[in-house]
Structure formats: structure tokens, C-alpha cells
Design a protein around this ligand. Structure first.
Ligand code: TYC
Length: 123
């Protein structure tokens, strides 16, 4: 049997169906309001403690060195510790605060002073 080319005409392409054009609404975008999911990270304060033996000058230098305070601010913080028993030297992320505590304690140990400081979460 001989096959002939079909003479059936190819249907014309059909335009995709689109929604009827609506009047321009001005382009305003309404974002869905959602409650925030991520909390800011917990911060830690490094608190230095008073003792009866560490020289005031040593404490001032430590505060200047490790907490980046000028001499006047460092002296005020040292005096607050001396008078109140403790004071905050700085507030940092957890890892940075822990490093500050290590640095202070290592400097105090090397110098033979009993200076202590601790890191605690900020309320
Ligand atoms: N009380 C100490 C003194 O009279 C001074 C001092 C201040 C010690 C602050 C520790 O964190 C401190 N020599």
C-alpha cells in the first residue's frame, strides 16, 4: 500500500488563555506580616570582682588592655569594683566574653595576683 502525505490541514496555534486584563491597581504590594522567628543572640557581661590584694594599677592596666577602655574610664571602673565589690567591664557575644575572662585570668596568674572575673548572661 502507498501512503500519501496527509492533506489534513495543521490546526492553527491556539493563543494561551489569559485572564482578562484588570484595571491597574497602582502596583501596591502588601507583604504578609509575620512574627519574627530569630531572636538576637544572648549577650554576656564580663564582671570583674574585687579582692584585697591585686594592686589598683594592675587592674586599671588590665581593663585598658583587654576591654579597650581609656585610662580614665578604666580607673573609674576599677574604683567601682573596689567600692562595690564588682563592676561590668564590657558586654560581648558568649565566645568573646569567655576569651576576655581567660585573658584576664592568665594575666593575673602570670603576675601572681588573685584577680578574678566572670562572664554572665545579660538579663
Ligand atoms: N581592692 C584592691 C586594693 O585595694 C584593688 C582592686 C580593685 C582589686 C579592683 C581587684 O577587681 C579589683 N588593692
Amino acid at each position: 500500500m502507498i501512503f500519501m502525505a496527509s492533506k489534513t490541514p495543521t490546526p492553527a496555534p491556539v493563543a494561551p488563555r489569559t485572564r482578562p486584563k484588570e484595571a491597574d491597581d497602582g502596583g501596591d504590594v502588601v507583604l504578609e506580616r509575620r512574627t519574627q522567628k530569630t531572636k538576637p543572640p544572648q549577650m554576656y557581661q564580663v564582671v570583674m570582682l574585687n579582692d584585697d590584694y591585686t594592686p589598683m594599677e594592675f587592674v586599671v592596666v588590665v581593663i585598658q588592655e583587654f576591654f579597650n577602655k581609656d585610662r580614665e574610664t578604666a580607673t573609674q571602673i576599677m574604683l567601682k569594683i573596689h567600692l562595690d565589690g564588682k563592676a561590668i567591664c564590657g558586654v560581648y557575644s558568649r565566645d568573646v566574653a569567655a576569651t576576655k575572662v581567660d585573658q584576664v585570668q592568665e594575666a593575673a596568674r602570670q603576675a601572681g595576683h588573685p584577680l578574678q572575673c566572670v562572664s554572665e548572661p545579660v538579663e
